[in-house]
Ligand binder design. Sequence first.
Ligand SMILES: Cc1cc2nc3c(=O)[nH]c(=O)nc-3n(C[C@H](O)[C@H](O)[C@H](O)COP(=O)(O)OP(=O)(O)OC[C@H]3O[C@@H](n4cnc5c(N)ncnc54)[C@H](O)[C@@H]3O)c2cc1C
Length: 622
Amino acid sequence: MWTCKNLWKKLAPLARSSSTLCRQNARGVLLNNERRLPLVPQAHMSSGTPGSGGDNNLYYLLVGATCVGGGFYAYRTIKGDKERYQERINEIASRPNKVVPEQPITEAPGEQAAETPQAAEPATVAPAEVPASTPVEFPSHAPYLLIGGGTASFAAARSIRARDPGARVLIITDEPDLPYMRPPLSKELWFSDDPSVVDTLRFKQWNGKERSIYFQPPSFYVSPQDLEKVENGGVAVLTGKKVVHMDVRGNKVTLSDDTEISYDKCLIATGGIPRNLQVIERAGEEVTKRTTLFRKVEDFKALDKVSRDTKSITIIGGGFLGSELACALGRRSADSDLEVIQMFPEKGNMGKVLPEYLSNWTTAKVKSEGVAVITEALVKAVSFKDGKVEIKLKDGRVVKTDHIVAAVGLEPSVELAKSAGLEVDSDFGGFRVNAELQARSNIWVAGDAACFYDIRLGRRRVEHHDHAVVSGRLAGENMTGANKPYWHQSMFWSDLGPDVGYEAIGIVDSSLPTVGVFAKATAKDTPKAATEKSGTGIRSESETEGTASSPVASSTPEPPPVPEQKDNYGKGVIFYLRDKVVVGIILWNVFNRMPVARKIIKDGEEHADLNEVAKLFNIHDD
Ligand SMILES: Cc1cc2nc3c(=O)[nH]c(=O)nc-3n(C[C@H](O)[C@H](O)[C@H](O)COP(=O)(O)OP(=O)(O)OC[C@H]3O[C@@H](n4cnc5c(N)ncnc54)[C@H](O)[C@@H]3O)c2cc1C
């Protein structure tokens, strides 16, 4: 008993110190492949009472034995970790190929035309994972999970499949529809002469060709139930399901019905929801019932019905969406007794974007479409009285109407940031992402919901179709390992009906100094003519990815100087300057020259004479 006690007294401090030492040594051996033990000073080896000479031999024996034991333990632990990691990787890699034998293997019809199918890999059977008797509504795991079923998600799905042809992509959207494009909802759909346009959602582009707002027909997609089984993978869309929680460490999301779906790579492309005015939100149910916040197919359908059933619609907001809808409804009012009113705080339409003279010109154009435009209108109160919605303005004016369309901006959808622990930008809103559109190691963000770093113009968040397409595409590529930076300077466009349109790039903010160079427009300088020429109605698609040549002036003979046109801004180029450098450009009724504008912004040079730069757009040629 005494011996045991005595021995323990001597060994206890040694056991403490030697275990620390061995761990250090194990790390040292692993890292440096050298033995450190003999170099460690004795004083560092023990905090206990030094023993006698005989004891020292015993100490060395024990230290040596503990080191060997500790080293073996460390080796086993690391080896075990490696094996577990490899098992996990193998398991993930094998998932896409698993198939339930009882189900016939189907291919996604229609997709073949769009993407080159790859040779099928031999399918392996995993009956334990998905028992054939259990009805599977949707997969419990998706290698590529895309949250949101809009433009950015669709573009990502396409690029994932292009780079990884066997990929299984699951899109989850809270809308009831398959992915579709939004721009026609405020443009061409309103100008269709087909009475069933609300059902078909097919429309005539300005160039007369017909197309659907849906990016692909239903036959393009795999059903979610089949996603894990189809031989060559595909794209499945889970409609009417909202992702309400993200567990980024567990790599899984939770839907509003508590279903969990795990993923390997995830894209957040949740876009945004339209803002409302507080005075409308506070005005009560009768006003809410008579207010449209315009974003989705349902909103188009609802507003179409309202425009047929009521006598007066008031659009609040003077930006591109409000102005487009005003023009569209104004045209409709020509054949009916519908009254269309548009009101906004600025002095003219698109006053936050266009320089004052052009904003005034645009206001005149909107008025000529049959719209009663009320400028410098700040809404103070909204109420429902005697069957009418009453809008009181700050300056005392009162407008009575049947229905309100609030087109007052967008709030990026970032609800998932909280559960996911992702950063939201405090200035611009949206998820902050790095140059590769990545928010975390296996999470990317694209489209309206992404706040990205623009190497020319600083941190930004943009709400453009073209940005949604290109950022979605890039995020998809990076999800398959491309590691590409987002360099694209996105453009946007707006059409006030088939005759007037503009394309813009960079920072177009009317508070910046601008220089505009204009020429007389011809019949060729309209959105309609531009789409006829390019053969496509969606302008960001008609825009080539080609790069512009170096900025040299047009080789065509020098045109006569264009006299200052007081009221006729037929076509032209407007440069927006910051510190004398062009940071934004609007091409006013000038089409398909966006690569030139992109190059000017990319170069970021000071230009002594912007009239010379304007010649690059050949606005005097036609
Ligand atoms: C009427 C209209 C006209 C426009 N015209 C133009 C134009 O002329 N030119 C231009 O450049 N841009 C235009 N835009 C803007 C352009 O359409 C948007 O920039 C683009 O749609 C953004 O794409 P996105 O994929 O980021 O977001 P969205 O298209 O908004 O898609 C996001 C999707 O995610 C869904 N979602 C959100 N949260 C969740 C969740 N938690 N779970 C599941 N689903 C979720 C949403 O319901 C939505 O379906 C227009 C927009 C509108 C509304």
